[in-house]
Every structure is written in C-alpha cells, then in structure tokens.
Design a protein around this ligand. Sequence first.
Ligand SMILES: Nc1ncnc2c1ncn2[C@@H]1O[C@H](COP(=O)(O)OP(=O)(O)OP(=O)(O)O)[C@@H](O)[C@H]1O
Length: 321
Amino acid sequence: MITLTELTKRFGATTAVDNLSLNIAAGRVTGFLGPNGAGKSTTMRMILGLDQPDAGTALVDGRPYATLRHPLRAVGALLDARAVHPGRTPRAHLLAMARSNGIPTRRVDEVLATVGLTEVAGKRAGAFSLGMGQRLGIAGALLGDPGVLMFDEPVNGLDPDGVRWIRELMRSLAAEGRTVFVSSHLMSEVQLTADQLVVIGRGRLIADAPIDEVIAGSSLTAVRVRSPEPGALVRLRDRLAARHLAIEPVGDDELVVTGTTVAEVGDLAHELGVRLHELSAREASLEQAYLELTSGSLEFVGTTAAHPAAHPAAQTRIEAR
Ligand SMILES: Nc1ncnc2c1ncn2[C@@H]1O[C@H](COP(=O)(O)OP(=O)(O)OP(=O)(O)O)[C@@H](O)[C@H]1O
C-alpha cells in the first residue's frame, strides 16, 4: 500500500505535485494517468525517495522509503529502463543489486526466468533491444519479491507481444495481493490492465475511482431508446426529465439519456406502457472519459472544454473528502 498525504513538490515557479492525497491499495492494478507534465514521474520519484517533497509525505507500507531497512524487498520500480550500464550483463547487473540489498543470489536466476531473459543473461545489456531492456528493468523491480511495484510507462515502444506480456504480468502481480501502480499514456492498454484509476492534472488530483465508474461518468456514456410511438416517447421523456437526467431527443422516435442505466429506462418504459424498438447502452471509451476529465488541465484550454469537476467520477472523489 502506498499512502500520499498532502504531497507537494515545486521546481522553481512550477508546482509539479500539488497537495496530492491518496491511497494506492494492494491487490489491484492502479493506473496513473495525466497529461504530459502532470506530475506523474515526480510523484513516483518522491515515493522512491529520489525527490524530496516540499510538503506532505509519501509512505510505502506506512513508512517513508528512506527508513525502509530493505527497500528493494518492500518496493520495486521501473522508472527508466535505460538505467543499466551498457557494458554489464543482465546477470552481473542483477547480482550486484541482490548483493547490495541482502537478497539471496538464487533470486537472480528466478527473475531472469520470469522475464524471459535466461538465454541472454550473459550478453552485454548495451546490445539489447528496447523490449529486452524493459524486461531487465522489470527483473530488477521483481528481485526483492516486493509487495509494492511501480512502473513508469512500462509499455513504451514495445511490440504487441511485449505489451501483452507486461499486461499479464501486472494482472498476476496484483492477483498475488501486491500493490501495482503504473503510469501510461496508452488508454486502450490501461483499460485492459487497470482496476482503479488515479488521474492528475497540473499536479492536482482530478479523479480516484474504479475504471468502470470513470467510464460511466462520461457524458458520452448513455442509454439510447427508440419507440415507434412519438406520444408515448414524450411521456417517457417527461418522466426521465423529472429524475433530472440529461436527455437529448433525436428526431421524434429516439432519446439519448445520460446518467442512467438500461434497466432504469427499461423499467420506466414498461411502467408507462411505452412500446420500444430499441433500448441499448452506449459506452464511452476510457480515452473519451479521460479526455473529458483532463480537458480543464491542459495548457491550451478551448472554450468548450468541460470543467473536470463536471465529471461524476471527479465528483465522487471530491464529495468523499
Ligand atoms: N528536475 C526537474 N527540474 C525542473 N522541473 C522539473 C523537474 N522534474 C520535473 N519538472 C517539471 O515538473 C512538472 C511535472 O513533470 P513530471 O515529469 O513529473 O510529469 P509527468 O506527468 O511524468 O509527465 P510525462 O507524462 O510527460 O512523463 C513538469 O512541468 C516538469 O517540467
């Protein structure tokens, strides 16, 4: 478990992380999203004690990173896959890490096998492809068998096999009860991998909610209902409007209703005796929901940009405070 409390980091006039408070729970994959420069890497660096906060705390299992007796056994991280000396072999690199952290050297062969690098364990890392470098970085993160894992953009530049491998690894690490915290700009991948989403913009928390809730909160997630009886559809519309739902009529035979479910609209139509020709759900993609959430946090805000707090997932969080 990772606990951030009022975490703040400034670089000169820039507030990279601004009063960020949240819990990243064990047993699930938490996707960490935000536009370029939102403060994701800085947050991760503070969790690892690589940057010092100006205010607030970042705790791993209740303790600051710097006070952990065996940090690699508590938290493993992949921040920059190019951080390995090019002249070193994967085995030498991992052995050095194991020795300096009191980790049994047999773990080196175990993690090399886990990431599929056993065959090339004696080759110089400088000759590695991007994907092999990522795998070596992940081997380092797994070395201490830690309960908390953090990955900054782990699928960057990987081929589809590599992307799928990382996705399955994260799911299995979370299924083992570990905390998995992963930043990414690839929404389709996050949608397949994460259970929970943390979205930040300009260093501030925008949303902290289950992925389904974020998608359900998008104005593009809606129920479409069609009836061959325009008069009956008007009765249905009035009843939906009385429940303060947003309704968009399309011609005189169709309504698009946001903030509701197929079950609610179906039950109401049944109660009113409205004959239906269609009742279907239209679900926003995570990318659409994310763009709505962060539109107010980009440097170039258009006049039509929705305020982030207009998104119900953001409101869930704000109200929960
Ligand atoms: N060492 C530093 N010195 C000065 N400014 C910094 C430093 N590190 C980060 N910043 C600034 O802090 C802000 C947050 O940067 P950070 O790298 O944490 O964002 P990010 O969300 O990880 O972005 P990206 O998605 O582009 O990787 C940016 O404005 C960045 O320019």
